[in-house]
Design a protein around this ligand. Sequence first.
Ligand SMILES: *[C@@H]1O[C@H](CO)[C@@H](O)[C@H](O)[C@H]1NC(C)=O
Ligand SMILES: *[C@@H]1O[C@H](CO)[C@@H](O)[C@H](O)[C@H]1NC(C)=O
Ligand SMILES: *[C@@H]1O[C@H](CO)[C@@H](O)[C@H](O)[C@H]1NC(C)=O
Ligand SMILES: *[C@@H]1O[C@H](CO)[C@@H](O)[C@H](O)[C@H]1NC(C)=O
Length: 388
Amino acid sequence: MTCFPRLLVTLLLLCCVGRLYGNNGCYKSIISFGDSLADTGNLKQLSKIRNREFLVLLPPYGESFLDGSTGRCSNGRLIIDFLAESLGLPLVPPYVHEKKIDNAVAFAQGVNYAVAGATALNSSVLAARGILNPLTNASLEVQFEWFKRSLPSICGNTSDCKNYIGHSLILVGEIGGNDYNYPILYRLPVDELNSLVPLVIDTIISVVNELIEMGARTLVIPGNFPVGCLSSYLTACGSEKEEYDPATGCLVRLNEFAEYHNDVLQTKLNQIREIHPNVNVIYADYYNAAMKIYRSPDKFGFTNGALKACCGGEGPYNMNLTALCGDESTTVCDQPDTYVCWDGIHLTEAAYKIIAKNLYHGPYTTPEFNSLCPASTFQLEGRLSSSI
Ligand SMILES: *[C@@H]1O[C@H](CO)[C@@H](O)[C@H](O)[C@H]1NC(C)=O
Ligand SMILES: *[C@@H]1O[C@H](CO)[C@@H](O)[C@H](O)[C@H]1NC(C)=O
Ligand SMILES: *[C@@H]1O[C@H](CO)[C@@H](O)[C@H](O)[C@H]1NC(C)=O
Ligand SMILES: *[C@@H]1O[C@H](CO)[C@@H](O)[C@H](O)[C@H]1NC(C)=O
């Protein structure tokens, strides 16, 4: 009996705290473009519509998520989920859906166009270079077309939509990683890889510029991850001839390539900032936010090291390139929270959580996200919060 009122008070308090600090009011919605790092269900919906199933959409993917499989390329939540939670906004719903819905209601607080496997460059452009994408043709420009086409149904006329876009936090990426991933795995020459960089960056920049013209006031543009630390690349590209970073065990060549992409991107973003000083053009340094973990995984509770995949096969990196996570012959670790790498390409929820915190509550965004919108509500419950 005495318990009940106390519980009620606690609930009321939680409810009020939620109301006061939950939605900190900086952004009314989140609009997202990108690939598997941000896809909250689009590829899953597309594959249902086209009657194709991908391994990444089946269990054990999503095993740590509230309701199991969600179409996310991880065991649980992604960076975008932690960002939405920290801003007091709902998890960003995928744009692609089977049933007819009221877009104005469904997407009032956010809409996600990111598709797992997506490239920045159109499939046709990549195909002309012999790079075929087995997963999807929903490149950044295709996603942006979806966005423009769906806008009237989400926000109404041009001036109302300008308002919607202006009050949204817009995430353009991470995108571009896959443009390089396919050629890296196909082992195309390095020159070929480098020649893609200006094309990829130009595509990202032109979408950013168009969004600004449409009224965007705050955009986050993430760079690439240190792909040389991913077990699939360590397995596919590792050899005695390769240079390994002694501090992390990552492949130096691939990490330097990611940094090159990031440098070119940042140079272009600086130019946009000069032209549009009133727009918040935020660079999100995924590379260094992740490297912080790769340099000292133990410090963050990743007792199984940073380079072995939780879900995969045999070998030094738990990785078998012909039998990927989700395949019958693969195994899943018992404690994904002790691994950085989920399936060889994507990270675990635990790693994404720390990266999200490094980015949106820490120093890995330029200008600092916190200085524009204090993410005072960034909630990190459980074991992880104490180790950060
Ligand atoms: C991509 O587009 C090409 C040409 O339109 C088509 O043949 C192919 O099936 C598409 N691929 C996917 C994964 O949708
Ligand atoms: C890429 O595809 C989009 C959507 O189909 C199209 O509008 C755009 O012109 C294409 N861009 C290039 C460079 O082919
Ligand atoms: C846009 O729609 C709103 C109602 O949602 C209306 O008040 C406004 O006048 C409209 N603006 C234009 C330019 O049509
Ligand atoms: C990788 O998986 C394939 C297919 O299941 C299997 O035949 C092969 O033996 C595996 N390789 C290693 C090194 O475990």
